[in-house]
Design a protein around this ligand. Structure first.
Ligand code: GDP
Length: 138
């Protein structure tokens, strides 16, 4: 059974012209694109998306960054999509990310780390519903 996950190409990567390269890596890894859109999100929308991190010291900076320019919102699909995308992304901190991962290659800091991917089935379902309407997911 294919599984769906939610992903963002973050504003740092879009600004650096890396969206196409990252999308190509995602496609090469066997993910299908269920839905995709380029959007600039508001600070308020970023705060809602990252609400789980509200108490962290980096919350203000993270939500400023995520609302600083266009990003690419995506719903991706394949067998084992959630775990496989996390593996393709690499660790949050690019200094700790494995060789060949997207964050190792393209992230510039622990915050400006190029890509987001859901970390579990429940978060994937919440995040897909946060950014996409049902009619966009057919
Ligand atoms: P992820 O699941 O690997 O994206 O990591 P988390 O859910 O822990 O954090 C969400 C996002 O917050 C990360 O992708 C980073 O953009 C940012 N972030 C995480 N940890 C830190 C930190 O220690 N400092 C800063 N400035 N940003 C962080």
């Amino acid at each position: 059974m294919p599984q769906r996950t939610f992903s963002i190409i973050k504003p740092d990567a879009v600004r650096s012209g890396l969206a196409g390269t990252i999308l190509s890596e995602i496609a090469k890894a066997g993910f299908g694109i269920v839905a995709i859109k380029k959007q600039t999100i508001s600070k308020h929308e970023a705060e809602g998306f990252y609400a789980v991190h509200r108490s962290k010291p980096f919350f203000g900076s993270l939500t400023d960054f995520m609302s600083s320019g266009p990003l690419i919102l995506m719903v991706l699909e394949k067998e084992n999509a959630i775990a496989d995308l996390r593996k393709l992304m690499g660790a949050t901190d690019p200094a700790k990310a494995a060789e060949g991962t997207i964050r190792k290659k393209f992230a510039t800091s622990i915050e400006h780390n190029a890509i987001h991917g859901s970390d579990a089935e429940e978060t994937a379902a919440y995040e897909i519903g946060y950014w996409f309407a049902g009619y966009e997911l057919l």
